[in-house]
Design a protein around this ligand. Sequence first.
Ligand SMILES: Nc1ncnc2c1ncn2[C@@H]1O[C@H](COP(=O)(O)OP(=O)(O)OP(=O)(O)O)[C@@H](O)[C@H]1O
Length: 314
Amino acid sequence: MSEAVQVNQAAGLQNLFSSSQAQREERPVFHQAASLYQPGTQQRRVTRTIAVAGGKGGVGKTTVAVNLAMTMAMAGRDVMLLDADMGVANIDVQLGLSPARHIGHMLEGKCALQDLIMQAQNGLKVIPGGSGVRRLAKMDNAEHAAVIRSFDELIQPPDFLIVDTAAGVADNVAMFAAAADDVVIVVCDELASLTDAYALIKILAHDFGVRRFHIVTNMVRQAGDAKKLYEKLARVCGRFLDVALDYMGMVPHDEWLRQAIRRQGAVVDLWPSSRAAVGFKQLAGAVDTWGEPAYPDLGRIAFFSGQSVPAAGW
Ligand SMILES: Nc1ncnc2c1ncn2[C@@H]1O[C@H](COP(=O)(O)OP(=O)(O)OP(=O)(O)O)[C@@H](O)[C@H]1O
């Protein structure tokens, strides 16, 4: 696959989303679905990996990854969060952690992946991506593959691995997303967010064979906008790509999220009744409805490839 694609320059891409066709819309309601997230009762024997991506920077990938992971950890799930925004990683800062080592040390053979695991609140495990290290931002595909494969060596694989990917549609983002069982795409109500999300979905579908995408609409200001945004993306993908999209849920614009970052915690933990926290609980609830992950290609580079056999009874 080519180097990073300049998605905003892609001819005609923006026009794809300019249709003003009125869409019938089910209105998600901020407060009505405030029921607490209860994890499903299904027993899991293998790790399910969920990559959170979005294409455009600043749409809330990290926010979604952190709060989804924390919600599931608070519900008693064994969850690990990988900060794959290598070189400019910030999940450790957001959760008040001070890692002494990062992925770069592992790649240099100075430690194992196991040694990088940090404990955040509620038992959430975090693998920091390292920040301010140029070498990490310039990792090549072989190194990304080595990081993905290193998960096979974990002594105690978690129930869920959530991967926060970098912005853009470069190979590293695509590799991490394609190595996961599920891909969550975060979009917000900006044309560039929709065009970049479309470009990422296209690359993942064409070059990596990913067919299923779970869409999260973030920073939603009016309840009705959430599904409209999803439908815009679904309409264009349905017209031009052979992919299946589903609406995972939405997170309202909520100032408590910024407060949570200042307090170096997750909003779902600090303010569990905030509007954003309610949205994250719905997202976590959606994960339980996904059913079996697809295992498309035994030859692919995948997280936990050594154990990717679905347990009977899922
Ligand atoms: N629902 C929301 N309401 C209010 N602010 C939000 C919301 N989601 C994210 N933000 C804020 O938007 C900013 C960008 O979010 P975040 O860092 O999660 O985006 P990102 O997509 O991971 O960015 P990058 O690609 O640069 O890493 C942060 O300041 C975050 O607090």
